[in-house]
Design a protein around this ligand. Structure first.
Ligand code: DGP
Length: 134
């Protein structure tokens, strides 16, 4: 049932000319072609639990469209970029961490530590997080 919905979403994305990079692991997860613990998906974004969690909640929210990083985002991507934040809020509520607070991080480029070059937001929470960053 869920897989059928993913296939439908994939054909929907392709029909609208969304760029899916066949060698990108996050594109494959969004298209249902690679396994992941998906917690939320709609026509713009897919959210799944990080394979190496650093806190009780560690979810990655990725655009279904392949955008390499913030440095590669265009004005036409603004709806997707904003949707990453409202999805983070939704998942924080679903995971019961909204009241305690959480961190939303987007790494961009090598100096930031970005290792997967498909734009993604880390949603991290469920405990007191270390600060400052950097
Ligand atoms: P970043 O350093 O911001 O590029 O973070 C990439 C994150 O992606 C890192 O925390 C580990 C996670 N990750 C990498 N490959 C996979 C994967 O195949 N599945 C899942 N669930 N997470 C992955």
């Amino acid at each position: 049932m869920f897989r059928a919905r993913l296939i439908l979403l994939y054909s929907h994305l392709s029909a609208f000319g969304y760029m899916l990079n066949p060698s990108c692991i996050f594109c494959k997860i969004a298209a249902g072609e690679a396994p992941a613990n998906i917690v939320y998906q709609d026509e713009l974004v897919t959210a799944f639990r990080d394979i190496h969690p650093v806190a009780p909640t560690h979810v990655l929210i990725v655009p279904n469209k392949h955008i390499q990083s913030v440095s590669h985002a265009e004005a036409e991507d603004e709806q997707i970029l904003g949707h990453l934040f409202t999805t983070a809020r939704k998942i924080a509520e679903m995971d019961g961490i909204a009241a305690g607070g959480y961190r939303s991080i987007v790494n961009t480029g090598v100096h930031s530590g970005q290792t997967v070059f498909h734009l993604h937001m880390h949603l991290i929470g469920g405990q007191h997080l270390k600060y400052p960053m950097g």
